[in-house]
Design a protein around this ligand. Structure first.
Ligand code: SF4
Length: 339
């Protein structure tokens, strides 16, 4: 009740000192939920101040560096799950490629291409509820080769394979995988509205296995799936509470043939505010402007006031901007691509 009353007292035009919020973040303190609401409620006139304060936090921990990441859809279009946003789910009618896990040679070659493109992280993703043992074996073998090849040995390797046991995570760790991605996607309360074949708790359990195996955790969300501000705030606090190392923030690409087709696009200013919230709540962590950030158009550079990382050369089933073009605007805006 108290929360509700406080919420009602804050209007979008309530004066909020975002520099004070930045000071809290820099001091290692968390925001209150009310302050988080004020971030998402910032009006157009407050946005510059919010971005400036967030940049101060970003620069403390990441300077002007930008990490470019490349995705590989290593197994496509054959997932038995029903995530409503996903073009590769069993209920999607989107015309996507369908193939089983790529060969070790292809994965290694794609890693070499990622390194040549200037990527620091190479993320191998499969469309599946979870990996089979033979998938883990092949991905592990690919990881060993990537880490021992002079061209690719400096790449950070991430895998996104769905629900995984502790044993599976340990095998990936032993092979040289650095990160495992498994997104919370939204709040626990909203989760059943976007997926019915597994639960938010399933995802948390996998992330716990990832951490216990000694791997770095990558987990974030998708904005624009009908969630409320409070859903986004709960997700952001959950990521903080779980001490997630790398936080991709996606903006829904409402793909024809999926249940979320026709959802309104996330407004650029809202996208920026969500990124700021993630940075202020997770000041030392990697925040990554991910799928859909191209829709920010000229405002993409402002995403870097909060995010220190982004993807180049496209997403799992949708195109993105080529790495040379992205590098050009990053450098033109006074940021530097991490090498
Ligand atoms: S588990 Fe992954 S690949 Fe499968 S439907 Fe969900 S998001 Fe898509």
């Amino acid at each position: 009740m108290l929360e509700t009353m406080q919420s009602a007292m804050i209007s979008p035009t309530t004066a909020v000192d975002f520099q004070e919020l930045a000071d809290l973040a820099l001091g290692g303190e968390t925001l209150t939920r009310e302050q988080a609401r004020a971030v998402l409620g910032a009006d157009a006139a407050q946005l510059d101040e919010l971005l400036g304060a967030t940049l101060r936090v970003r620069e403390r921990f990441y300077g002007r560096r930008v990490k470019m990441c490349v995705l590989l859809n290593a197994q496509s279009g054959i997932c038995p799950e029903d995530c409503h946003y996903c073009s590769q789910s069993k209920i999607s009618r989107a015309p996507v490629d369908k193939y089983r896990l790529l060969s070790e040679d292809v994965m290694v070659e794609r890693a070499r291409q990622a390194a040549a493109a200037g990527a620091r992280r190479f993320c191998m993703v499969i469309a599946a509820r979870g990996p089979q043992q033979k998938d883990i074996d092949r991905l592990s073998a690919a990881a060993v080769r990537i880490k021992s090849d002079p061209v690719t040995c400096e790449l950070e390797i991430c895998t996104s394979l769905g629900i995984m046991s502790l044993e599976q995570c340990r095998q990936l760790k032993a092979a040289g995988v650095d990160y495992v991605n498994h997104n919370l996607n939204t709040s626990e309360a909203h989760y059943a509205k976007i997926c019915t074949t597994h639960t938010y708790a399933d995802r948390v359990a996998t992330l716990n296995n990832v951490r216990e195996a000694g791997l770095a955790t990558c987990s974030g969300g998708i904005v624009g799936m009908g969630e409320s501000d409070d859903d986004l705030i709960e997700m952001a606090f959950a990521l903080r509470a779980m001490d997630i190392d790398s936080i991709p923030v996606n903006f829904l690409l409402a793909i024809d043939g999926t249940p979320l087709a026709g959802s309104p696009a996330v407004e650029p200013d809202r996208a920026l505010k969500v990124l700021c919230l993630m940075r202020l709540l997770n000041p030392t962590k990697e925040v990554r402007a991910s799928a859909g950030r191209e829709r920010l158009g000229d405002k993409q550079v402002l995403a870097l006031y909060a995010a220190n990382s982004l993807f180049v050369d496209g997403y799992l089933t949708t195109p993105g901007d080529p790495h040379a073009q992205v590098r050009s605007w990053i450098e033109g805006a006074g940021f530097e691509v991490e090498t």
